[in-house]
Design a protein around this ligand. Sequence first.
Ligand code: FMN
Length: 190
Amino acid sequence: MPPEPLRILAVSGSLRARSYTCMALEIAMRGAADAGAATEVYDLREHPLPFCDAREAEDTLPPEVHVLRAKALAAHGLLVGTPEYHGSYSGVIKNALDLLSFDELGGKMVGLVAVSGGASGASALSHLRLVMRAVHAWVVPQQVMVPYASKAFDEQGRARDPALEKRLLDLGREVVKFARIHAAAEPPPA
Ligand SMILES: Cc1cc2nc3c(=O)[nH]c(=O)nc-3n(C[C@H](O)[C@H](O)[C@H](O)COP(=O)(O)O)c2cc1C
């Protein structure tokens, strides 16, 4: 039997209807699929999460949290996107990550995307990298900023600049490449 494909999960920290972050992640996920991964977007617009309140009675959390945890646990890698909000990542993505833990994120390969209205999403990317280190995830060195986001995509959600499209595709491929190396080095217990 052929080996199961690696699983890559995408989560976006924007709840906006025509979110550019979601568009960027869709392209990065195509790159991951090109590299042979099974891809899935967990869209927080369709599956709203409660605020993390660190409750002890986890069985009282709504199903969306358990589904996100199960999908993150099963994934070999994640593509995480955020809009730049006030010089950092969005509360939506931080809350989603706070609802996860070392159990789901530790040892996972991660690619980061930040989308900004202005010239730079660099702060959001750097801040997210710190968060990922704290949960022992592996963030690939490549990352993608989408500046001046309102001009970056066409009506179909395609990147107007082929160089941006390539960077996003490459990010998805890179996460799969390193997830594959990592999975080969640490096979699951028999
Ligand atoms: C609360 C808030 C704060 C923002 N702060 C910044 C910022 O600091 N720098 C910036 O370039 N754009 C900022 N923006 C603009 C967003 O980054 C931009 O609209 C982006 O496209 C949003 O991503 P989305 O399309 O995925 O929702 C802000 C937008 C909001 C709603």
